[in-house]
Ligand binder design. Structure first.
Ligand code: SF4
Ligand code: SF3
Length: 544
């Protein structure tokens, strides 16, 4: 059968090679094709904006935001709506036409910068510009590694931008990198250097988002989050967008509707600013991949603000709403209004007619150990390390996923010696956060910094420890890295850690299919990146 699509950007890609008939995530070939074309036209627009900057001309924030959102839309489990993606392609082509009109030097622009749909239909063009259009597997691998890093970076930027935080230098870099991915004269070495440079900007992007979140909502603090349910009808909000949560909380005041978090929205409870809302109930359910059962049981509307969306069952499709980068055909999308706000009335009206959520569990999750909270107990932590009460920290951040092999992370957390502390961020934590792993002299053995978007905190904590212990090299710290990855935000976190000089990171449950053997070799030889084996062996390797 003819290949209808090719996508290998996430950990669950078919056969650890590539999805070619339909995505394991549920992405259909006709959607994959439009995502490929969206990336292509976004690179084309970026080639034009990069040249405009070289000519000393300004690129508007609107165009920067268009590019970031385009990248975000193509992240795994964000958008399954072909029509919505087509509309973004058209907007991007229109923005490119406008940008070209003010460009002086149009010599030797790449083909993507000049293409428009008068020559070729969208589907015909998409078939020529997908991932496999780059024939050399190493160049392809590096191009995709950079693209996925930029997608992750775009997610951070988008979240910062909605809170009014901008860093034009990051946009300029991301767009110049996208433009370079169209340049066939770049060698493997050039692209390897660009990969590492992407990591540097990844750190800046994470710092920007950290500043945006903490200045807007306060520094996360030690918090206990309820897992049970209340009696009122509720709205379940998932994904990573805190601004959407804030608007929803404001709009639900006095309506008799409670708001629950799901998946990666859990860490919102750690921010002081959200604690004032009495209808902000607890966290419902687990990581993204269990949503089919959990959304059914929730009984009320669900608002997906970002990835990870699983194409819904018919039983709750009419209760699933998307917004921002997300989209699902047949589900209502809450659009951004001209004044920058969103009107969640349809979600709230539906909630009022729904039954209260069915209780799935009881108990609490403890979290809020972002950088400031950890720094506040730094003395205690340093003392525990000096006395030998804490022998090692293990960074177990990243993503969760549906593969059975991810039980490894639950078993690994259980098998860790009592004198180890887990540092986590991202939905990977659902593999062990509800187990009672105890504490070391009052310091919990699992310190949750927040979302995958908050991985920056873990880097700051490592750098702080390095400073306190007066070490030269971050690799001298008693920290092991056993990171679970799934989608592209984990790629930028990885590149950021490499930029900070962190070595010997273990990535699992499988290494990315998009790393060609030669590219993987470079990462292994220069950074000691490795996979995972068995819990026993890895505990020996990483801890003892
Ligand atoms: Fe396959 Fe992952 Fe791409 Fe979905 S995002 S099509 S599962 S590789
Ligand atoms: Fe999870 Fe999708 Fe990556 Fe944000 S919600 S960590 S997978």
């Amino acid at each position: 059968m003819e290949n209808k699509m090719f996508c290998y950007q996430c950990q669950e890609t078919a056969g650890c090679k590539g999805c070619t008939q339909v995505g394991v995530c549920g992405k259909k070939p006709e959607v994959a094709a439009m995502q490929d074309l969206l990336i292509y036209v976004t690179k084309g627009l970026s080639a034009v904006t990069t040249r405009l900057r070289a000519e000393g001309k300004k690129v508007s924030a609107e165009v920067n935001h268009l590019i970031t959102l385009n990248l975000f839309v193509t992240i795994t489990n964000a958008n399954f709506d072909r029509e919505a993606i087509i509309s973004r392609i058209k907007d991007t082509l229109a923005a490119k036409t406008e940008a070209l009109a003010v460009l002086t030097d149009r010599e030797n622009l790449p083909e993507a910068a000049l293409w428009n749909d008068t020559e070729d239909g969208f589907d015909a063009k998409a078939a020529k510009v997908g991932i496999l259009a780059t024939e050399n597997e190493d160049i392809r691998s590096l191009r995709e590694l950079i693209t996925y890093g930029l997608k992750g970076l775009a997610a951070y930027q988008k979240h910062a931008n909605v809170l009014g935080y901008e860093n034009e230098a990051i946009d300029a870099f991301a767009q110049s990198a996208l433009a370079k991915l169209l340049d066939d004269s770049l060698t493997g070495d050039d692209l390897t250097a660009l990969t590492l440079e992407t990591g540097k900007w990844g750190v800046d992007g994470m710092a920007l988002l950290d500043k945006a979140n903490t200045e807007t909502y306060g520094n996360p603090e030690l918090t206990q989050v309820d897992l049970g349910v209340r009696q009122n009808p509720g709205i379940l909000i998932s994904g990573h967008d805190l601004k959407d949560l804030e608007m929803l909380l404001e709009q639900t005041q006095g309506t008799g509707v409670d708001v629950y978090t799901h998946g990666e929205m859990l860490p919102a409870h750690y921010y002081p600013k959200f604690k004032k809302y009495e209808n902000f109930a607890g966290n419902y359910g687990n990581a993204w991949w269990k949503q089919k059962e959990e959304f059914e049981a929730f009984n009320g509307p669900i608002l997906m603000t970002t990835n990870c969306v699983v194409p819904p069952k018919a039983s709750y499709q009419d209760r699933l709403f998307t917004t921002g980068a997300t989209g699902v055909p047949g589900c209502q999308h809450i659009a951004l209004q001209a004044d920058g706000t969103k009107d969640f009335t349809p979600v709230i009206d539906l909630a009022k007619k729904c039954a209260a959520p069915t209780e799935l569990e009881q108990g609490k999750i403890v979290g809020g150990f972002a950088h400031e909270q950890v720094f506040a107990v730094a003395d205690k932590v340093v003392e525990a390390v000096k006395s030998g009460a804490i022998k090692k920290f293990v960074v177990m951040a990243g993503c969760d996923g549906r593969m059975k092999s991810r039980d490894y992370y639950t078993e690994f957390a259980k098998a860790l010696p009592q004198d180890t502390v887990i540092l986590t961020a991202g939905c990977a934590k659902y593999k062990y956060i509800k187990m009672d792993l105890g504490d070391i002299g009052g310091i919990p053995r699992v310190l949750d910094a927040g979302q995958c978007n908050d991985s920056y905190s873990l880097a700051l904590i490592a750098l702080k420890l390095k400073e306190v212990f007066g070490l030269e090299d971050v690799n001298e710290l008693p920290i092991a890295y056993n990171i679970a990855w799934y989608e592209q935000k984990a790629v930028i976190v990885l590149l950021a850690l490499l930029h900070l000089g962190v070595k010997n990171i273990h990535l699992g449950p499988t290494l990315p299919a998009f790393l060609s053997p030669n590219v993987a070799k470079v990462l292994v030889e220069n950074f000691g990146i490795g996979g995972i084996t068995t819990v026993e062996e890895d505990i020996k390797k990483m801890i003892q």
